[in-house]
Write a protein that binds this ligand. Structure first.
Ligand code: XMP
Length: 496
């Protein structure tokens, strides 16, 4: 019944995730027994098969720290000066699990309207007040919505309503000690302060609750020094050698060569350079979509491959350049080579729901890379805004005119061409809350998918796919429609 992957993918058709549907297998284990631990590269293991994309509306230090907290990893984008990117890596690595390293602060003379603005753009209304509105200066108060709800004149200064009676913890308090204090205090925030009273970090009740709801959050992705694992993107130009040096000095754990068509002499030379200068550093190459490209980059020394061309939600590469591949087919074909040669595949782009994650991992990927899926979270760079009654965040392709204007042309132009041809668009995505909730919730759904398939781990799914144990079919347009919500006038979509 159905087809083995080998037969299905031989037919000369490019399939996306939505074209494909898996047949259910036999269940003889509970959902919680599903093991989603995986390999990011030849040498890096992860507990969670999710990584965030190196895009300037997706991954900076907060996202990288959050992704590592939930057992995945984030790749800091390089649409910035090398020093800035290195400082973002350093900042992500210096964060402690669950603590906010640079909480937003106000100064005592700021008007309450600033808190209204923070609520709109950042989503919170409890704010710390320091002498000069910065972290590292003396903590003088806390304002919560209870202090400001009924103040009609929003130009009133914060110092008139803030509470000066602050429960805080010493700067060197452990998470256990600080959590205990926060819970006992029944407050929403616990600032950590130095002996002389300067604000150093913050612990939030909401983050503690998210950790409690996700019992597995006790095992973040850490390096040998017990710092968060953090990745970063670089290009393949000579100037990227300096970038690489700064990133390594900042403690980066893995680099990804960022290109929409990775099978090039430039990537080969860069892989060689990284291996020669930093033999301990794993390097991910890509993007690729064919077995031929995959083999070339593996032979050049890549420690993992990033797979996808034109499948991203903001991508127009396939339309503009006529090259690419349906993401289901791309993952299957490259993974067949990668898995045989011991090199993990990162399925990059086109992930819109947990079913897509199940499909990517079952088709041979070891991790999925996400852009739009994460761009609406609290940890993505940028502020929220309200449009047509919806809370949104900006999300843009790195090949969009807007991003290229900031410097990302290298990925899409490759040379000093003066004509800028966009290979991506900019837009917005809906607010989704914190990564600390979104990823564990999504992974639970992914585990249910693995249980339905009858495969208790990613490795088991790869083996079953290869042996023909996983059966699949192509869905017609009508079947895809039937598989989604239909025939309702309206319905409520889950918001995180
Ligand atoms: P999702 O679907 O997760 O895709 O939003 C994210 C991936 O899309 C790629 N990317 C682009 N592709 N033009 C493209 O053709 C672009 O402007 C662009 N920006 C990002 C990238 O691989 C990312 O991880």
């Amino acid at each position: 019944d159905g087809f083995s992957a080998e037969v299905l993918f031989k037919q000369g058709v490019s399939y996306t995730y939505d074209d494909l549907i898996f047949h259910p297998g036999f269940i003889n284990f509970p959902t919680d027994a599903v093991d989603l631990s995986t390999r990011l590269t030849r040498n890096i293991q992860l507990r969670t098969p999710c990584v965030s994309s190196p895009m300037d509306t997706v991954t900076e230090s907060s996202m990288a720290a959050a992704m590592a907290t939930v057992g995945g990893i984030g790749f800091i984008h390089y649409n910035n000066q090398p020093q800035v990117q290195a400082s973002l890596v350093k900042k992500a690595k210096s964060q402690r699990v669950a603590f906010v390293p640079d909480p937003v602060c106000l100064c005592p003379w700021d008007p309450i309207s600033h808190i209204d603005r923070l609520k709109e753009t950042k989503g919170f209304s409890s704010v710390l007040v320091t002498e000069d509105g910065k972290v590292g200066s003396k903590l003088v108060g806390i304002v919560t919505s209870r202090d400001t709800d009924f103040v009609l004149d929003r130009s009133t200064e914060v110092r008139e309503v803030m509470s000066r009676d602050i429960i805080s913890a010493p700067a060197d308090a452990s998470l256990e000690e600080a959590s205990k204090l926060l819970i006992q205090s029944k407050k929403s925030l616990l600032p950590l302060v130095t002996e002389s009273g300067e604000l150093s970090e913050l612990l939030c009740r909401t983050d503690l609750k998210a950790r409690r709801e996700n019992p597995e959050s006790g095992s973040p992705s850490l390096d040998a020094n017990r710092k968060f694992l953090v990745g970063a993107a670089i290009g393949t130009r000579e100037s990227d050698q300096i970038r690489l040096k700064l990133l390594v000095e900042a403690g980066v754990n893995v680099v990804i060569l960022d290109s929409s068509q990775g099978d090039s002499i430039y990537q080969r030379q860069m892989i060689e350079y990284v291996k020669k200068v930093h033999p301990q550093l794993d390097v991910i190459a890509g993007n690729v979509v064919t077995a031929y490209q995959a083999r070339n980059l593996i032979e050049a020394g890549a420690d993992a491959l990033r797979v996808g061309m034109g499948s991203g939600s903001i991508c127009t590469t396939q339309e503009v350049c006529a090259v690419g591949r349906g993401q289901g087919t791309a993952v299957y074909k490259t993974a067949a080579v990668g898995n045989a040669m011991g090199v993990p595949i990162i399925a990059d782009g086109g992930i819109a729901n947990s079913g897509h994650v199940v499909k990517a991992l079952s088709l041979g990927a070891s991790t999925v890379m996400m852009g739009s899926f994460l761009a609406g979270t609290d940890e993505a760079p940028g502020d929220f805004f309200i449009q047509d009654g919806l809370r949104l965040k900006k999300y843009r392709g790195m090949g969009s005119l807007e991003a290229m204007a900031k410097g990302s042309d290298a990925r899409y132009l490759g040379d000093k061409s003066r004509l800028k041809i966009a290979q991506g668009v900019s837009g917005s995505v809906a607010a989704k809350g914190s990564v600390l909730r979104l990823i564990p919730y999504t992974l639970h759904a992914v585990k249910q998918g693995f249980q339905d398939l009858g495969t208790p781990s990613i490795r088991a799914a790869h083996d079953a796919l290869r042996s023909g144990g996983i059966r699949l079919e192509v869905r017609t347009g009508a079947a895809q429609k039937e598989g989604g919500v239909h025939d309702l006038v309206s319905y409520e979509k889950r918001r995180f």
